[in-house]
Design a protein around this ligand. Structure first.
Ligand SMILES: Nc1nc2c(c(=O)[nH]1)N[C@H]1C(S)=C(S)[C@@H](COP(=O)(O)O)O[C@H]1N2
Ligand SMILES: [Mo]
Length: 543
């Protein structure tokens, strides 16, 4: 055959892209309608969790967070999740384009066995299908459909995709070039350009319909979160210190709680079928249902959680009320053997962490939490069960836990293996949330500017917060009583107004009397340190 008649590799990439888009849409529809695996995110999660080295992953996340801050894309953790999902889709479409290019490259060069049966699209489709199936079986945590149905589904989808690609190739190879006289025949023949336009139209329509139907079904699986009235009475309502206007809420509304986890979408767990296995070096290995855990005496704690990758002054920290059962209680049931030293905690998404057994036995605050703000944990925050360990960053506190094993040595957990802190002790930090220039307070003939924010030092408490304006002296701020000994503290300082541009700085001392580290240090590996500052231009009162 004449070589110039062969559709080019570039055309192949384009055809791959066109045909992969409806595949994404149909996978999405099946995921929403029937709980089948959404393989585009599986590919993304696989690369992030199994392929990329921790350092590169962290740099990627860092770049993403910088972009979010620079472009002002809103609350960091939800913006990051959206960007991750977009990257996941982009990656899958790119892979589709590469496959298309490969097929169009290979077909004219590889001679198949003589006869009718040879279809390179079937070879490509089954190869892609098998690879994606293995990846999905390994990594997917959101599918609820039976895995055997998922298997047939994935293979069938990729086979259809490969055959469609092959069909497009043969149509293009056979179609007359634009302007070329069609072969003499009485069927209407369309040229290549017309064919590509029709193909584009058909795939676009399929994509829009699939994605649209999927989006309509969405609320069924992920209930739209209604802002429920908070179910919690705060413990410090007697405190008369009013936070400076613009200070973040002392108690974070659930919808605003930051959220960080390793997968493009959080695991879907059926609470009635779920069990917590506690086993390993114990005398009495036990499987607990959610009801079993709820039947134990409940403990209730106000907790400020923070991510170790929260930057100085960042928004990856929130406060709510956690309810659950003390891990002590569970250890009393299972009876660790004398040689047990650590607990390995495993999660449904493949996350894991290791905790000193002695900590779980000595500190009754270490708990398995099933409620937040008096409601069952939301799916993205770890339904049905997560761990709380005071004084540690979020990376030590697995969500969606399924198993606790008593073991006889320390091991690295998920993020520790990727270069993050082994202990992840919460860093002492203080933040300026507001310099409330539009809420001046008149005091005789003077004006005061309310300045405020938070200070937090894990479970160590906050003894003192100080504010400095420009090159002035450090002056002590007022503290509100915290919600608990492990939550952040709201501070406030009313500063004597002076017009002009000023730099405000804050620092604190923890409950043990240790001042916060003033040296600037980035988030990796131990959490960010440094003095948080804010610049503000204050107009002259007379103006
Ligand atoms: N199973 C599981 N648990 C996890 C994570 C995860 O990715 N998977 N992320 C951890 C990290 S890094 C943080 S900061 C906290 C965040 O909890 P949140 O999303 O409920 O705020 O969860 C921790 N527990
Ligand atoms: Mo985190």
């Amino acid at each position: 055959m004449d070589k110039t008649r062969q559709p080019s590799v570039l055309t192949g990439a384009f055809a791959g892209l066109l045909l992969t888009a409806p595949v994404v849409a149909i996978f999405f529809l099946a995921d929403q309608a029937a709980g089948l695996p959404f393989v585009p995110f599986d590919l993304f999660d696989f690369i992030g969790q199994r392929v990329l080295p921790g350092g590169i992953l962290t740099q990627g996340i860092d770049m993403m967070v910088e972009t979010i801050i620079a472009l002002n894309l809103g609350e960091t953790s939800s913006a990051a999740k959206n960007i991750e999902q977009l990257i996941g889709l982009g990656l899958f479409l790119t892979a589709g384009a590469v496959c298309g290019a490969l097929l169009f490259f290979a077909v004219p060069r590889i001679k198949g066995p003589v006869g009718q049966g040879y279809n390179p699209g079937i070879i490509l489709g089954s190869a892609a299908g098998i690879i994606m199936l293995l990846i999905s079986l390994e990594i997917n945590v959101t599918a609820t459909a039976d895995p055997s149905i998922g298997t047939v589904w994935i293979i069938a989808m990729f086979l259809a995709w490969g055959m469609a690609l092959n069909w497009v190739y043969s149509r293009l190879a056979a179609a007359p070039l634009p302007g070329e006289a069609p072969p003499e025949t009485n069927v209407t023949v369309i040229d290549r350009r017309q064919f590509v336009i029709r193909l584009g139209g058909a795939t676009a329509a399929l994509t829009v319909v699939g994605a649209g139907l999927g989006a309509l079904l969405k609320p069924r699986l992920e209930p739209v979160s209604v802002e429920v009235a908070q179910n919690t009475t705060l413990t410090n309502t007697g405190d008369t210190l009013v936070p400076a206007p613009g200070t973040r809420p002392e108690y974070t509304p659930l919808d605003q709680h930051y959220r960080i986890d390793i997968s493009a979408r959080p695991p879907v767990i059926d609470g009635t079928a779920w069990r917590l296995k506690v086993e390993g070096l114990v005398d009495n290995p036990t499987e607990f249902t959610l009801d079993d855990l709820r039947a134990f005496p409940a403990i209730d704690q106000f907790v400020t959680l923070a991510c170790i990758s929260n930057r100085l002054g960042g928004d990856l920290t929130s406060t709510t009320r956690w309810t659950g059962v003390s891990l002590q209680t569970i250890m009393d049931v299972v009876q660790p053997k004398a040689n047990g030293t650590h607990l390995r905690i495993t999660s449904a998404d493949g996350f894991d962490e290791v905790l000193d057994l002695s900590l779980a036995q000595e500190d009754s605050r270490v708990m398995l939490a099933y409620d937040w703000d008096g409601e069952p944990l939301r799916q993205k925050h770890g339904f049905p069960l997560r761990v709380y360990i005071p004084d540690r960053f979020g990376m030590k506190q697995p969500k969606w836990i399924t198993k606790i094993e008593v073991i006889d040595k320390w091991e690295e957990g998920y993020w520790v293996r990727r270069g993050w802190s082994a202990e992840a002790i919460m860093v002492t930090t203080s933040v300026i949330d507001t310099v409330a220039a539009d809420s001046l307070i008149q005091d005789g003939d003077r004006y005061l500017v309310p300045i405020g924010g938070i200070a937090h030092a894990g479970a160590r408490g906050i003894q003192k917060v100080e504010v400095k304006v420009d090159n002035g002296a450090w002056v002590e701020a007022k503290l509100r009583a915290p919600l608990s000994e492990t939550t952040w503290v709201i501070w406030r300082y009313d500063w004597l107004f002076a017009p002009g541009t000023h730099t405000f700085a804050v620092r604190c001392v923890d409950g043990d009397g240790t001042p916060q580290i003033e040296t600037v240090r980035g988030v990796r590996p131990d959490g960010a340190t440094g003095i948080h500052t804010a610049n503000k231009n204050l107009q002259d009162m007379q103006a």
